[in-house]
Design a protein around this ligand. Structure first.
Ligand SMILES: [Zn+2]
Length: 175
């Protein structure tokens, strides 16, 4: 699991959306190094990051500890409001139904995700929860930002997992 930010992160970009996703990728890398499924998220408000988190389901033994949920809680705390109007959420993997529901409930107006998720994607692939007119709020959704980099990290993580029990977690044996 020796993967450095220099090896993994894209170069900084003149495009602010790309840079926010780069920060989400940095969080995904942190999850990877902790032996967590590598997904990262940041929330931007007025041009800066106000929340950043990565998946911590194993660490916290909490099924709701997805990157998006943790970031939404942080952002609400920062803004002292459950309404995250004027924010944008950047996440490296397409949100699942739980996280898409939280995005709608938080009134987040803009969602950028990296790789699509054929197994749980709930804003484009399996469901379109963030753009369903029957719900009381919708987010503009844009996918594909650094998708290949995000899914490459997920593939690497699961390939290393398949080495069997005792496969490297945290900073396991160097490979
Ligand atoms: Zn989720």
């Amino acid at each position: 699991m020796s993967l450095t930010p220099q090896e993994f992160l894209p170069p900084t970009s003149p495009d602010p959306h790309a840079n926010f996703m780069r920060e989400a990728l940095r969080e995904a890398l942190a999850a990877y190094k902790e032996g967590e499924v590598p997904v990262g998220a940041v929330i931007a408000f007025e041009g800066r990051v106000i929340a950043r988190a990565h998946n911590q389901r194993e660490t916290l033994q909490d099924p709701t500890a997805h990157a998006e949920i943790l970031a939404i809680t942080q952002a609400a705390s920062q803004l002292e409001s459950w309404r995250l109007e004027g924010t944008a959420l950047y996440v490296t993997l397409e949100p699942c139904p739980m996280c898409a529901g939280a995005i709608v409930n938080a009134r987040i107006p803009a969602l950028y995700f990296g790789a699509p998720d054929p197994k749980a994607g709930a804003v484009e692939t399996l469901y379109r929860l963030a753009s369903d007119p029957r719900l009381n709020h919708r987010a503009a959704v844009a996918g594909g930002l650094y998708a290949e980099r995000s899914s490459a990290l997920l593939s690497r993580f699961f390939a290393e997992r398949r080495l069997g029990p005792g496969a490297p977690r945290h900073d396991g044996p160097a490979r």
